[in-house]
Design a protein around this ligand. Structure first.
Ligand code: SF4
Ligand code: SF4
Length: 291
């Protein structure tokens, strides 16, 4: 029986923003039904206790978030949510006092990725007020700034986030400028259970990207798997279009899907340090783990 550290469950494919670095999905706009969510959790239960409620789409757009968290608790799951944070005021009461909630990541880089967003102070203050409310509950909070330029880590580049960092430093009474502490990919603890995480800009793999020699390794289907809102099972959170369609969880058992032919070929390929799937040969994530 395959065990995963986490399974991504996409509860909606819809997003209320259009970040410059995030190609909009070509899949149908859809919200997951409560019964579908419950079915998926039963299917993946033997494989993991940790779920992440997104692949593409903004999870806080889903009006049934409180029910999802309740069901997750009943079925013994811990939940991570990654959100752009724009709807936090509207949805706060659906998140507070939910035992299943383990971590919330706020993608603060989404502010600078959208020309339509104007009031940085208001955006961040809303998020920080929510964080204050949830602080004592032990939920982990990560403020993500995944927008560093890969080729340029000069001071000028790091300054890009100055306005955002200034507000955070002010609100958390930090006695230092955060740029001084930045190590891309690493988190900085700024209070109990609260972290800042800066990293290079994230690139979604795409079939139209150039292909390399296909050597390398990836944890897709080793430590993680995903289920898109229409039930398509994917090997990782980066297959946002469901290119590596391993089967549909509404038609077939999840346990069978992750042991199926396509899944097994991908898995065995990476054991030989070889990317069998075309999308994997065009995915920068694989190179991160070296050969
Ligand atoms: S990066 Fe997140 S917030 Fe931005 S458009 Fe994509 S899904 Fe939406
Ligand atoms: S190489 Fe990329 S696309 Fe392939 S499984 Fe890994 S993360 Fe997913």
């Amino acid at each position: 029986m395959k065990k995963f550290k986490k399974v991504y469950v996409e509860i909606t494919s819809v997003c209320n923003l259009s970040c410059s670095f995030c190609p909009p999905t070509e899949r149908k706009a859809r919200l997951m039904k409560v019964e579908e969510f419950s079915h998926i959790l039963d299917q993946i239960k033997p494989h993991t206790n940790y779920i992440y409620l997104h692949v593409k789409g903004e999870p806080l757009l889903h009006p049934k978030m409180d029910e999802f968290l309740k069901i997750s608790e009943e079925k013994g799951f811990k939940v991570n949510i990654t959100t752009n944070g724009t709807l936090i005021n509207k949805r706060a009461n659906k998140l507070l006092d939910k035992q299943a909630l383990r971590q919330i990541n706020f993608s603060l880089h989404s502010f600078d990725g959208n020309e339509t967003m104007e009031n940085r102070d208001e955006y961040l203050t809303n998020i920080i007020s929510f964080v204050r409310e949830i602080e004592a509950s032990g939920v982990i909070v990560s403020f993500r700034l995944w927008n560093l330029d890969k080729n340029n880590l000069s001071n000028a580049e790091k300054q890009r986030n100055r306005k955002t960092l200034e507000i955070i430093e002010r609100e958390f009474n930090l006695p230092y400028r955060m740029e001084e502490k930045v190590v891309p990919g690493d988190g900085i603890k700024i209070a109990d259970n609260i972290y800042i995480n800066m990293d290079h800009e994230f690139e979604w793999p795409s079939l139209s990207a150039p292909e390399d020699d296909g050597k390398g390794f990836c944890y897709g289907l080793r430590s993680q798997a995903g289920v898109l809102v229409d039930g398509t099972v994917i090997p990782c959170c980066l297959d946002g279009e469901g290119v590596i369609n391993l089967g549909n969880i509404y038609e077939k058992e999840f346990s069978e899907i992750v042991e199926g032919e396509r899944a097994t070929n991908l898995y065995n390929g990476f054991s030989r340090r070889e990317a069998v799937e075309e999308l994997c040969r065009k995915c920068g994530f694989r190179k991160k783990f070296g050969t």
